[in-house]
Design a binder for this molecule. Structure first.
Ligand code: SF4
Length: 358
């Protein structure tokens, strides 16, 4: 029986994609090479946490963590707002927090660095023009969902004008649409976490598309969507408890760094390799021949059909077979496909049958 850890959204998604990859990461604790786009995302998130901190409003309840003011702290003056960073201060912080690992080249890193400056300056303008009302930034929230421990770091939780909450997630990748906000399971899990940690209703979920400069809003997930998500989380929890770690090859394999340990990618033993390679090559050769024969067969049938039409005959005998030009059987009004040997059985065609009866 496996021990069930507190599940994050990323763990849930990884297990659903491939349980074996989940095991490599979370049981065997194998590490993956750093990636530039993760470093970039981490840096931007850290800057935004600092940038938004001065805007944090007091709340009636503390969920844990230091990025949230309680009413008591606020009353005691410890939560008094301080001035937000100006653009220069923000960029200096950006340089200080920059994570420099995983980039493909110095040029690649510089491209990301310039992109970060652009999108942070734009977002700075946005929040200083229209100051947000967060009650928490980078809030670490936990709960037990029908017996399953789950947690997550919610980028931001804002107070809405009607006294509810908006759950926000920053995205630094490209190509987001409002459909992403409507279907994101990550936002669904965050909704559950926020609802169980705050005494206010969740009124909105949103993705902040930092590259596109848009705020993609969705209503909270309805009960049936949360039930479906709970079902998936339950399947993951059951699989981990039962120690089911079968490899599930698919799209994630392309970026999986554990192929050398995965049975799906196991190498053919050296002693068998040559014989099997010959067989594979012969198979490929035969498929080529099969493709070529198919094309030649169709083209010969088309020529015979055209010739039979030209001569106004329906039967052309050969020494090894008999070509028969079939009558048109297509429905009235349908267009013909001249010479097509197989047009759904309705078009005229020319076929070579077995040797003609003598
Ligand atoms: S290579 Fe594919 S199947 Fe194997 S562990 Fe990685 S993701 Fe899973």
């Amino acid at each position: 029986m496996g021990t069930l850890p507190t599940l994050s959204y990323s763990q849930i998604r990884t297990y659903l994609e491939c349980p074996l990859r989940w095991k490599f990461l979370y049981i065997d604790r194998l590490s993956e090479a750093p990636r530039g786009y993760f470093s970039f995302g981490r840096t931007v998130h850290s800057v935004l946490e600092e940038l938004l901190q001065p805007f944090v409003q007091p709340t009636a309840r503390r969920a844990g963590g230091s990025t949230q003011f309680t009413l008591e702290e606020f009353g005691a003056g410890r939560g008094s707002p301080r001035a937000p960073l100006d653009p220069e201060g923000m960029l200096a912080l950006y340089d200080r927090l920059w994570v420099s690992e995983g980039y493909e080249s110095p040029e690649d890193e510089e491209r990301y660095r310039a992109l970060g400056r652009t999108l942070l300056l734009r977002y700075h303008r946005e929040i200083t023009t229209q100051p947000p009302t967060p009650v928490a930034v980078e809030a670490h929230l936990e709960t037990t969902w029908d017996g399953i421990p789950v947690h997550g770091y919610v980028d931001r939780i804002d107070l809405t004008p009607s006294g509810g909450l908006e759950v926000l997630d920053y995205k630094t990748g490209r190509g987001l649409t409002s459909r992403d906000a409507l279907t994101s399971e990550q936002l669904g899990l965050y909704q559950v976490l926020v609802e169980r940690n705050y005494p206010y209703p969740v009124e909105r979920l949103a993705l902040i598309d930092l590259r596109g400069g848009s705020h993609l809003v969705s209503p909270p997930r309805p009960a049936e969507a949360l039930a479906a998500l709970r079902q998936s989380v339950g399947e993951v929890a059951d699989g981990i408890r039962d120690e089911e770690y079968a490899p599930t090859p698919g799209r994630p394999c392309a970026r999986c760094e554990f192929q050398d340990r995965c049975p799906e990618f196991r190498e053919v033993p050296a002693g068998e390799r040559a014989a099997l390679a010959t067989l594979v090559d012969r198979f490929a050769e035969l498929r080529e021949v099969e493709r070529g024969l198919g094309e030649e067969l169709a083209s010969t049938a088309r020529t015979l059909h055209t010739e039979a039409e030209r001569l106004g005959v329906h039967r052309i005998p050969g020494a090894r077979g008999l070509a028969i030009r079939r009558r048109e059987t297509r429905p009235r009004g349908a267009s013909s496909t001249p010479g097509s040997p197989s047009a759904g059985g309705v078009a005229a065609g020319t076929t070579c049958g077995s040797p003609a009866p003598s």
